[in-house]
Design a binder for this molecule. Structure first.
Ligand code: SF4
Length: 231
């Protein structure tokens, strides 16, 4: 069967939502790459999604319900059917509700590899059950507090505007690893001669490493007294 290329989008809960081109051969994924035609992500994707083929077909994936049969931490499980799994969970829920009430159940979930449907998938069920509601602040509280303290609202900023900036301040962000699509625009700003300043309590890979621009086109280097600062 010939190779096919299909367009897709990264399933992670990551603001970039990188556009993907997935090569399929004989019904199996052969390669996952960025879509160079997408105006924002421009063909750049992170290493973990680039290696998705390996993960999708990994023998280590859990594809069936498993019941722990040994002590916790021993890693001893047996495969059970979906019916058995649902029956066991329902039985435990009923036991907990009978003994302590429905608020003794706390659904624990947040982002990750979720689309909008999965993100809210359990809500209706747990609300009907009367379960406790989770304040879903597992990984964003600090960022939101920072936004509210500095701008009064959680808004985000327009990464594409960076291209025209004269000064780019990367404050407490290891953008070269955790915001790779931002770096596309940071590099373009640098090519225009913008100053790129990174402030971090620890030294991260230099997000403003010189790109292919000529020396005269780059901004000068600055050191920040209390952390890592490069341009
Ligand atoms: S940076 Fe990685 S995780 Fe984030 S959207 Fe792109 S491919 Fe997905």
């Amino acid at each position: 069967m010939p190779l096919e290329q299909r367009r897709s989008v990264c399933p992670h809960d990551c603001p970039s939502a990188c556009a993907l081109v997935v090569t399929v051969e004989d019904g199996r994924i052969a390669q996952v790459a960025g879509d160079p035609e997408h105006p924002f992500t421009q063909g750049v994707i992170c290493g973990k999604v680039h290696a998705y083929t390996e993960r999708v077909y990994s023998p280590l994936r859990v594809l069936h319900p498993m019941r722990r049969v040994g002590e916790k931490g021993k890693g001893e499980f047996e495969r059970i059917s979906w019916d058995e799994a649902i029956e066991e969970i329902a039985h435990r829920f009923l036991r907990v509700i009978a003994q302590w009430g429905p608020e003794a159940i706390l659904p624990f979930s947040y982002g990750g590899t979720l689309g909008l449907v999965q993100f809210y998938a359990g809500h209706a069920f747990f609300h009907a059950l009367g379960a406790s509601r989770l304040d879903r602040t597992i990984c964003v509280s600090t960022a939101y507090a920072g936004w509210r303290a500095t701008t009064g609202a959680v808004t985000g900023n327009d990464a594409e505007q960076l291209v025209d900036a004269d000064l780019v301040l990367l404050w407490g962000i290891n953008a070269a690893h955790t915001h790779i699509n931002l770096m596309t625009f940071v590099k373009r700003a640098r090519a225009r001669g913008a100053w790129i300043v990174a402030i971090d309590p620890y030294r991260t890979p230099r997000p403003s490493r010189p790109t292919s621009t000529s020396r005269s086109a780059r901004g000068p280097t600055r050191r920040w007294p209390s952390g890592s600062c490069t341009s």
